[in-house]
Design a protein around this ligand. Structure first.
Ligand SMILES: Nc1nc2c(ncn2[C@@H]2O[C@H](COP(=O)(O)OP(=O)(O)OP(=O)(O)O)[C@@H](O)[C@H]2O)c(=O)[nH]1
Ligand SMILES: [Mg+2]
Length: 388
């Protein structure tokens, strides 16, 4: 039996994992292979799931905990995708604050299900602006030391390092970053890509489809420090119902909301890892606006745009920042109120926008307690066929 490929694209929050997963999914399907996507989060109500489904892919989501701590859900998600469409390739996006994935996911998967899945090398995608600050190549806002510990552990365990958002760098800056990575994390293959611009991806994708994860001892990690670092990040997932008394330009409205959110987060000095929001009209499966902010120094970026104005819709908010969860919730409330006022009745007497909270979760991730941890590589099953 041909084994399916299991490809995990890791990396810190906002690095561009979902963007690359979307690109790789298209790359695979363009070659006539089927693909199944698995998204993951500590909470539920995921922007990533909505945005990848919007691109037309089969997506299963594992909510309420990371892959390593919910290993059985990972297996169940793969089985669900299998029974629906028998994917040749599974693409999994772990939570961006997770690390130690080789020991807790790749190796256990190979040990337990190596006859069914061939596990590709773990890629760790990085945002070059964030990486430049962590590696002290550039000045700028930073996370605290314990969060940086998690970030650096992600780089350390990478079997492939991917400098994403190459379009943001000059040649000299790219060279400096590559050199710092080669010096501090020697022996990793490094690719430079721009996932959003669809540039430089092919050699990396080819490697993922052709190769299996190397046999290496896994890194040492201090789980207490890892847990403390992860818990410094606040998480906010919220779903709101939007009702407008007049036709609303959802793209402009969403951008406005993101900008007001940013103002408030900035005032509180909360270092943002990723703010992402979708707005979709009620009843329309195909229309969606997506806005992202991965750095408080940037402007919010509208990725997908709504095709038509709307009156009723659903707003989904996912925010991860170094701040208390209740602060993030407060920021959302203030941003929503300010945006509703901004869109309030015009002189023509038309109505404003009302938002009703349908679901909200705000928390700090709990201590990671993986179901399995294989410090050494398990026995390898027979080689994969016919994928590349
Ligand atoms: N400039 C630039 N931006 C990019 C590129 N790839 C992704 N982005 C942007 O980076 C932001 C985050 O991208 P995502 O793919 O959502 O990042 P992620 O790693 O999945 O984020 P989390 O799931 O929150 O951890 C979005 O605004 C993307 O459009 C790129 O190649 N260049
Ligand atoms: Mg993502």
């Amino acid at each position: 039996m041909n084994r399916a490929a299991y490809i995990m694209i890791g990396g810190f929050l906002g690095a561009g994992k979902s963007t690359t997963v979307g690109r790789l999914a298209r790359f695979v399907t363009d070659r006539g292979k089927s693909v199944g996507l698995i998204t993951n989060d500590q909470g539920s109500g995921l922007v990533d799931t909505r945005s990848l489904r919007h691109q037309g892919f089969a997506v299963e989501e594992i909510a309420g905990g990371c892959f390593c701590c919910r290993f059985d859900s990972l297996k169940d998600a793969a089985a669900k995708l299998d029974s629906a469409s028998r994917p040749d390739v599974f693409l999994a996006e772990p939570v961006g604050s997770c690390t130690d994935l080789v020991a807790t996911v790749s190796y256990p998967l190979r040990r337990l299900y190596g006859d069914r899945y061939s596990i590709a090398p773990l890629s760790v995608v990085l945002d070059p602006v964030r990486a430049g600050r962590v590696l002290e190549l550039r000045p700028g806002r930073k996370f605290s030391n314990k969060v940086t510990y998690v970030y650096r552990k992600q780089l350390e365990e990478a079997q492939i390092l991917v400098i994403n958002k190459r379009d943001l760098l000059s040649d000299d800056e790219a060279q400096d970053l590559r050199q710092a990575l080669e010096t501090q994390y020697p022996g990793r293959r490094i690719f430079e890509v721009s996932a959003r611009e669809n540039e430089g991806l092919e050699p990396w994708f080819e490697a993922l489809l052709a190769e299996e994860a190397p046999d290496e001892a896994t890194m040492d990690i201090d789980y207490q420090l890892y847990g403390e670092g992860e818990a410094l990040l606040g998480w906010l997932n919220a779903t709101l119902r939007l009702e407008s008394q007049r036709e609303l330009d959802g793209n402009a409205w969403l951008h406005d909301l993101a900008a007001r959110f940013q103002e408030r987060l900035m005032a509180l000095g909360a270092e943002v890892a990723h703010l992402k929001m979708t707005l979709a009209p009620s009843g329309a499966m195909k229309d969606l606006a997506l806005v992202n902010l991965v750095n408080l120094d940037f402007v919010p970026e509208v990725g997908e745009r709504l095709q038509a104005p709307l009156r009723r819709g659903q707003l989904v908010v996912n925010l991860r920042a170094e701040a208390a969860p209740e602060v993030l919730r407060q920021c959302l409330q203030e941003a929503v109120e300010a945006t509703a006022e901004g869109a309030a009745p015009s002189s023509s007497g038309q109505g404003g926008v009302q938002l009703t909270l349908e679901h909200v979760e705000s928390f700090r991730p709990g201590q990671p307690t993986p179901v399995h941890r294989d410090a050494t590589p398990p026995h390898r099953a027979t080689s994969r066929e016919g994928l590349s």
